[in-house]
Design a protein around this ligand. Structure first.
Ligand SMILES: Cc1cc2nc3c(=O)[nH]c(=O)nc-3n(C[C@H](O)[C@H](O)[C@H](O)COP(=O)(O)OP(=O)(O)OC[C@H]3O[C@@H](n4cnc5c(N)ncnc54)[C@H](O)[C@@H]3O)c2cc1C
Length: 296
């Protein structure tokens, strides 16, 4: 938590567990490449099932034990009993992980399918927050949705549930992707209007290709804003120009968010490092020592 509450604006990065050996090499190249830039933390998403969960746990442990980075482990309640959740949390603690992003998760196979809790499990993220808190001195984060969670009845109810998670003991929230700074700032205002001052980190993704833009639309749960689409669409068939404009757009978005006082920017990296490095470099978020370390 102290890593995102200093006076200096910082950034954090998110990875997902590697699917195979080749993926693992690529992921570790990205991790090592970003390490000298001193991100506030590195978060690793929690897989939907058995083997990908093992890869999440293994990768998070390696980050804790073999790098200078601060890991944040994601944990979901999907198909877990409370006893299993306690076990995973205990295991995270044993390998030196002190930060956990407590997420309810989605029904496996169909994110919009009916959520059926494990008979001995939990139903909402707030319960997971309480469980993690109960088990040790963890810094706990939760998920936030600028356009509202796709299943939520309306924005106000969704914001009430977000504030409920924060009041259950979470220290901060990380926001899902969005397209305009105002979309995020409105979420922050809704939370503040409920008397909750917990920091909310905007989630951003460098829009380097048409594919990443599609991914951003899918994750955000909303269509790209007309302003953003108007700047990118003319370059749909020109990858180099698309990338250049995409990086400009994300840099401008981040500049606006920093001017609005966000404590940190959370980058969805898709397990790559080049574009994130480029954006944080342009924003001047890279510590001086990064240059020395990269050069050495
Ligand atoms: C930053 C971030 C990281 C993520 N990481 C992962 C990951 O690692 N692995 C993964 O599988 N998925 C991940 N997800 C996706 C996430 O699992 C899904 O978005 C999931 O549907 C919601 O999880 P949640 O923790 O927000 O759930 P919750 O906060 O429990 O909310 C789920 C739904 O229930 C509603 N709700 C909440 N509390 C109540 C209540 N008390 N009564 C009635 N309704 C309620 C909410 O409004 C929402 O509609 C991530 C999402 C984000 C934004």
């Amino acid at each position: 938590m102290e890593r995102i509450s200093g006076t200096r604006s910082v950034f954090s990065v998110e990875f997902f567990p590697p699917r195979d050996a080749e993926d693992e090499v690529r992921l570790w190249r990205a991790i090592r490449d970003l390490e000298p830039l001193d991100p506030a933390f590195v978060s690793i998403t929690y897989g939907a099932g058995g083997s990908s969960r093992d890869r999440t746990i293994r990768t998070t442990a390696r980050v804790a034990q073999e790098t200078t980075l601060v890991p944040m482990a994601h944990l979901t309640a999907v198909n877990h009993s409370v006893a299993e959740l306690r076990h995973v949390i205990g295991w995270y603690a044993a390998v030196g992980v002190r930060n956990i992003l407590a997420i309810r998760g989605d029904p496996p196979g169909d994110p919009m399918g009916e959520w059926i809790p494990h008979p001995d499990g939990v139903t909402y993220a707030a319960e997971l927050v309480r469980l993690v808190r109960e088990l040790g001195d963890f810094c706990v984060g939760v998920a936030a949705f600028p356009y509202g969670h796709p299943r939520s009845v309306d924005l106000d109810t969704d914001t009430d549930h977000l504030v409920g998670k924060l009041r259950a003991g979470a220290d901060f929230a990380v926001a899902q992707l969005f397209f305009e700074a105002e979309d995020f700032l409105r979420l922050r205002d809704r939370v503040a209007a409920r008397g909750c001052q917990a920091p909310i980190l905007p989630g951003v993704m460098p829009l380097t290709t048409v594919r990443t833009l599609r991914k951003a639309v899918e994750l955000s749960g909303a269509p790209a804003s007309p302003a953003l689409a108007a700047r990118l669409e003319p370059f749909a068939d020109d990858p180099a120009a698309f990338r250049a404009v995409g990086i400009d757009l994300v840099t401008e978005l981040c500049q606006r968010l920093l001017a609005e006082g966000v404590p940190a920017l959370h980058f969805y990296t898709l397990n790559r490092s080049t574009a994130t490095k480029e954006v944080v470099g342009r924003l001047g978020l890279v510590p001086d020592r990064a240059g020395e370390l990269t050069a050495s």
